[in-house]
Design a binder for this molecule. Sequence first.
Ligand code: OAD
Length: 247
Amino acid sequence: MTPTKFPRIVILTGAGVSAESGLPTFRGAGGLWEGHRIEEVASPAAFRNQPELVHDFYNWRRKSLLDPAIKPNPAHHALAELEQVVGPNHLYLITQNVDDLHERAGSNQVHHLHGELLKVRCTETGEVWPWLGDLQVDTPHPSRLDLRGTLRPHIVWFGEQPFRLPDVYNRLRHCTLFIAIGTSGQVYPAAGFVQATPASCHRIELNLDDTPTSPAFQEHRRGPASELVPTLVRELKQLWAASLLSS
Ligand code: OAD
């Protein structure tokens, strides 16, 4: 990376950033949950036709995330540190992950594009609540006695619109450094974010392997996120300290 001014950083993380924390990726070995592809249990049609199956899937994922062994790894910690150093005006962190490991590491501003596993939403009222336990087809609404079975995971399913996309594209339009970490570049619209950055933007991809979107990046760093991210953050902090990153 050349020491030029990179005042507006957008970072996109995917399942690869949480893999070393013990959360499986989607397209890794098998990529199946009890024989089902993610698309089969993460869609409005699945929720209509087999709500028990969909709840079982998210109850299992929620429980896995709350396992005391699951902790943020050095990649999450380094990104939280970067936020502390450059501040929220210079860093916009978007994650496709529904886990809360960025927050647990100390990141204050995280745009959860695909929702959050530890929240539920009422399909009738649109209200959102924190949720740590299981959800069933007949779970009562937390405050409305007349509503039962209206709660769903606060997750963006296939065929649904990711959250707050206009904010993302606004950030991408003015972005001077775009970094994608641990994402396979196969699920849109996130896979297309790199294409929405200006021609002058420097784009770095951090991943174990090449992805279909690798050609859109000028710089590729290959290896585990727990090593690559702290190294990159160290470099960015040095540039920042030398005022090469400030606006
Ligand atoms: P994927 O499982 O598709 O891809 C994970 C990527 O992380 C792959 O490119 C791996 O090479 C890379 N990877 C794995 N371990 C890594 C490590 N330790 N360090 C660095 N890279 C590593 O996950 P996503 O791209 O996040 O959507 O998937 C995108 C979306 O597809 C998810 O948000 C989810 C899924 O269907 C919904 O559920 C809507």
